[in-house]
Ligand binder design. Structure first.
Ligand code: CTP
Ligand code: MG
Length: 241
């Protein structure tokens, strides 16, 4: 049994799950956005490399859509091998994909799991360290960033708005990091109710999730123009490394 309060994380104790099995509809390309490149490398590879660079990370399991699997392996087998990634087929919604990856974690030395979108190539090593450390102590922590805009709720079918106080509102990012047993329990009890992130499933079973303030530029590639912004952020990160 691990003494979470007092012992430091051991090398390889954390499995990383990378959901990359969406269809990239909003990106609108003929091919899934996970094939898109940023500075010459596929976006998923940026995300996976940053996880692989952390000593805490042992197994990496990545969910790929069944429809993309053949093309993905044909194109990226050497990169998948280089990072020691295990591939699984994803499912219809993100929680199905994460659930499939969770079921594939076989290594008995794994005690924590970090779920990180394949479409988030820019997470920094400092943010990874911070959220891993917070989760190690609390068993559930996610990167998040304060909401920047003024938020309105439409209460009159497009004709009446109220303003929501944004001071305690955060945008959830990834990684989202949990004690493995806790996330497995949350998934066992999930029963298909829609959820847009993993922390929501953990909240539902009554466990607190710590918000760790991370860089707002840990953006998710959603629309094609996000790649332009991502390139600028990557260039700045590379210059300051
Ligand atoms: N994802 C997944 N399985 C799904 C849906 C999404 O693994 N069934 C992954 C995506 O590949 C992505 C991450 O979850 O890395 C965040 O999802 P999102 O940005 O919404 O990607 P897509 O669902 O692919 O895009 P869209 O919603 O525009 O179709
Ligand atoms: Mg989606």
């Amino acid at each position: 049994m691990h003494d979470f309060e007092h012992s430091p994380p051991t090398p390889g104790c954390t499995a990383a799950i990378i959901p990359a099995a969406g269809s990239g509809e909003r990106f609108g390309d003929a091919r899934n956005k996970i094939f898109a490149t940023l500075a010459g490398q596929p976006i998923w590879f940026h995300a996976a490399s940053r996880l692989r660079a952390r000593a805490e990370v042992g197994p990496i399991v990545m969910a790929v859509a069944e429809a993309d699997r053949k093309a993905f392996e044909a194109e990226f087998a050497p990169l998948v091998e280089q990072l020691g990634i295990q591939l699984v087929n994803g499912g219809a919604v993100r929680t199905d994909s994460v659930g499939a990856a969770l079921d594939a974690i076989a290594d008995d030395s794994v005690v924590m799991v970090a779920v990180h979108d394949g479409a988030r190539p820019l997470v920094t090593d400092g943010d990874l360290a911070a959220v891993f450390a917070a989760a190690w102590h609390s068993r559930a922590a996610i990167l998040a960033t304060p909401v920047a805009g003024t938020i309105k709720r439409d209460v009159g079918y497009g004709r009446k708005s109220v303003t929501i106080d944004r001071r305690d509102l955060w945008t959830a990012l990834t990684p989202q990091v949990f004690h493995l047993g806790l996330l497995k329990e949350a998934y066992r009890k999930h029963n298909g109710r829609p959820a847009t992130d993993d922390a929501q499933l953990v909240e539902r079973i009554g466990h607190d999730v710590v918000l760790v303030r991370g860089a707002a530029d840990n953006l998710k590639i959603t629309f094609p123009e996000d790649l332009l912004v991502a390139e600028a952020i990557l260039a700045r990160q590379t210059n300051h490394a």
